[in-house]
Design a protein around this ligand. Structure first.
Ligand code: NCD
Length: 360
């Protein structure tokens, strides 16, 4: 007996026309009443939004330190329900979104694999998402397919019952809320040295298929005098679309395979793992690329203020003995994810003003 039915493919009128548009035009589709409604691409965020979200996250963080503050936060959105549709493996993004919802009093439900949803019966992902919108006020999705969140948000926006969609990772393509938490972490790590403006950031590892480095690169256009250094093995170099974006926005960048040579000159090192799940070439996949690992011997080469980030999960990219070094920011970064996601969700539901007033 056939266990799974083949997935139904649906053709949506207007979709082909929509996806062929440049991102600057597409973002209009995801805005309502002058506010971001669906969070799909990192290109949706401008500097004032990023600065505002970081200070909102700081306020939530501060309020959450006390019982009274936590209770205030929990009473902001107890009438809202969110669906976490995570059909690609996730620990941090799932938990940080779930806990961000709970901080604000939102009830959550979850699907963590297509095998327990009606997709097994052949239902299309678009119909599945539309079903969630019948029951909840917010959909947060993680999916192995590039463009998944974009399409489902677009489909929902054609219906008479849309709900906001937050992209928690769409294949090797984008991870916009990870980029938000990366910015929040960098701004905090550089708080006493002028923030992210004017800094030089190295991104290291599988830049070709890592969605975090792609989304974070897009956000660099919002900062003054930032320089990027892409450090990757030849086969995992950053794709041309991002490099063209950087050139268009006059963001200086260079590429190298010599990690050690650039260590003394950068203000932050953003490590990533090899994204084997998207791989097809078994020889290259078997390699761990040790020249692109951060080792304890490197700690004397990097600057005293250099922030070490990693979206996690890590394998061998960062020696665990580095965790004790004050420059290791990745565990702080993980926690930043929960605060910035709580900030984003409060903004989406328009209760951000109440949070800011609480502390003014
Ligand atoms: C990243 C992801 O899923 O893209 N992890 C995360 O969301 N924190 C990075 C990765 O899986 O390597």
């Amino acid at each position: 007996m056939e266990k799974y039915a083949a997935q139904t493919q649906q053709e949506f009128e207007g979709w082909e026309e929509f996806i062929s548009k440049p991102v600057d035009e597409k973002v209009q589709n995801f805005i309502r009443q002058n506010r971001i409604y669906d969070v799909i691409y990192a290109q949706q965020f401008d500097r004032s939004f990023l600065d505002y979200l970081c200070s909102l996250a700081d306020s939530i963080r501060l309020l959450a330190k006390t019982k009274v503050g936590q209770s205030k936060l929990r009473h902001l959105l107890p009438h809202k329900r969110a669906m976490l549709y995570f059909v690609q493996p996730s620990t941090r993004t799932f938990l940080s979104f779930q806990n961000a919802c709970h901080i604000l009093g939102i009830t959550t439900s979850e699907i963590r694999g297509t095998s327990t949803s009606s997709e097994v019966k052949g239902e299309s992902p678009e119909d599945t998402i539309r079903t969630f919108a019948s029951y909840v006020d917010l959909i947060i999705s993680r999916h192995p397919e590039a463009g998944f969140a974009e399409k489902t948000a677009w489909v929902l926006n054609q219906t008479d019952h849309p709900v906001p969609v937050l992209n928690g990772g769409s294949g090797p393509d984008q991870h916009p809320t990870q980029a938000l938490l990366d910015i929040y972490t960098l701004e905090r790590e550089f708080r006493t040295i002028g923030g992210l403006d004017g800094k030089k950031i190295a991104m290291v590892g599988d830049l070709k298929r890592g969605r975090t480095v792609r989304s974070l690169s897009y956000l660099m256009k919002n900062y003054q005098d930032v320089e990027l250094v892409y450090v990757a093995p030849e086969i995992f170099r950053m794709k041309d679309d991002i490099k063209e974006f950087l050139s268009k926005h006059d963001i200086p960048f260079k590429e190298t395979e010599d990690f050690e040579s650039i260590m003394p000159e950068v203000d932050a090192i953003y490590m990533t793992r090899i994204q084997n799940e998207y791989g097809s070439d078994p020889t290259s996949e078997a390699e761990t690329y040790p020249q692109f690992h951060l080792k304890t011997s490197h700690l004397s080469l990097i600057q005293t203020h250099c922030a070490i980030l990693h979206p996690l999960p890590r394998r061998y990219e960062i020696d665990i003995r580095i965790d004790k070094d004050p420059r290791a920011a990745y565990w702080r970064q993980e926690r930043c994810g929960m605060w910035i996601r709580a900030a984003l969700i409060s903004y989406i539901f328009g209760v951000d003003g109440e949070i800011m007033n609480e502390l003014s």
